[in-house]
Design a protein around this ligand. Sequence first.
Ligand code: 5RP
Length: 243
Amino acid sequence: MNRGFLSVGSANRDMKDGGSRATRKRQAGERAAEMATDGDVVGLGTGSTAAYATEALGAAVATGHDITGIPTSYHSRAVALDAGIPLTELDAVDAVDIAIDGADEVVDGDLIKGGGAAHTREKIVDAAADRFVVVVDDSKETDVLSHPVPVEVVPAARPTVMKTVRDMDGEPTLRSAGRKDGPVITQHGNLVLDCDFGPIEDPAAISTALSTIPGVLEHGLFVDVADEIVVGGPKGVQVRSTR
Ligand code: 5RP
């Protein structure tokens, strides 16, 4: 296996503050960036933890390394441009070598994503990658997935999707925008329903059921997609293989 080109040596740095959550996220992101290899096409995830990885990749590019990024959202594109990473898109490459992305909740290799309403593109890019590395701080790990599942819905289908989710014993909530009246509108012009199913004992079954509802573009359950989970915790970074 190729060795990653990065050696930022920061995985256990900055622990003097007791390991704040931001520090743990940064450590996880930087460790994951070390897994990329010169010449790689890298899927660039969305969110604060993935942004640390993107910034570390940008630092490598600045020192002459050959990395090309595929952003998963408007946000990750902006972070990558700031970091100086050359960008491309899926239709311009033969393969995505590695994707590095965050998560809202993790159990083994199963995830809930979509806190940034970017899960549709994230799933496309992450699933396309030869190696999908998840970066989280330890607050994201749990025994059973129970975070509300973000579901991107074509606006006209909102009432019917909400009814079907309720029939599945879920409670859907239309995601409201933070600094705008009305709902969050995704990059694809759709709505997001955060669907609370309580503890999800069978993620694959819920995933399949959500995917088959007419009007659902994509949902934030990522079942058996991740190859490695990089966790920033109080004692530094742990890397777990899911395979
Ligand atoms: C965006 C995502 C993010 O990766 C997820 O919300 C985690 O974000 P953060 O690293 O900021 O906690 O899925 O759609």
